[in-house]
Design a protein around this ligand. Sequence first.
Ligand code: DP6
Length: 320
Amino acid sequence: MTTVAQAQPNIALIKYWGKRDHSQNLPAVSSLSVTLQSLWTRMSVEFRDNDGPDTLLVNDAQAPAMLARVSHCLDLVAGPVRPRADVISHSNFPIGAGLASSASAFAALVIAAEGECGGSRNLLDLARIAGASSGSAARSLYGGFVVLTARQDEIDVQTVCESSEWPLEVVVAITEEGPKPVGSGEAMIRGEKTSPFYSSWIERQDDDLTAARDAVLARDFAKLGAIAEHNCLKMHSVMWSSRPPIVYWNSATLSSMETIRALQADGLPVFFTIDAGPQVKAVCLPEAADAVTVALRQTRGVLNTMRSSLGPGARKMEVV
Ligand code: DP6
């Protein structure tokens, strides 16, 4: 039997950056994200009878660097004494490039593995397992606007507003397609150890989260944009002030931010956010999405744009 699941990446508007506990991969801060609709990762998991190692194909290629994390995640779902698995992953967007591909991958993986071993855990338990593999993956189990609350020894995750209740659009400006130079896990550790801004980043996070959640509940786009941009730039300030510094941006990242600033000056409802990579995500009200897409496509250095509305959480798919 093979079990297939699909998950979409999520884009954090209030960022997760920093870990409270490294061995359990517990985030040091709470976060708020939106789950996308049209970017996806599909994972198939098949437990087999014979021995040998787990196997992993990512977009038709072996992925040895990812295999250990996938095997560990399968252990968390099915227990360490489990049959070996053949895992196949396909994504319809660039992976490892700051587009939250590990979020959609591990969210889809836990759903597929749980189905494959006949488990009946609830969504929160599966989100906690996904989060142990990749912190942001816990959010992709849920749809719409998602809050992840970081507690002392566990996380809570919930949808605070369905995508249908506030149907924002996200336009992603792809400025580079290669993998990022430093993975986010390693970069977070460097920030915690060396950035002079790290402690104030952690201290102010709950205030930012409260402001953003209130803005979502009030459907206050201007307020959400202001706090999301502020929180994003603070996270990048921690990265930039790490030693050695981590700068994920390129010149097209900055040009895209300028484009969005110009659109804002013209009165368009749009704001930017940027994760651990050079891509710029423009979040906007639906009526602005065409103009935002055209403007970003015309921005120097932008290779491509991808557009998505907000969508549902990870789910099992019918195998035909
Ligand atoms: C910048 O979830 O990739 O996208 O837990 O080490 O796998 P690990 O980190 P990961 O970090 C995501 C960082 C971010 C911000 C966010 O998504 O909240």
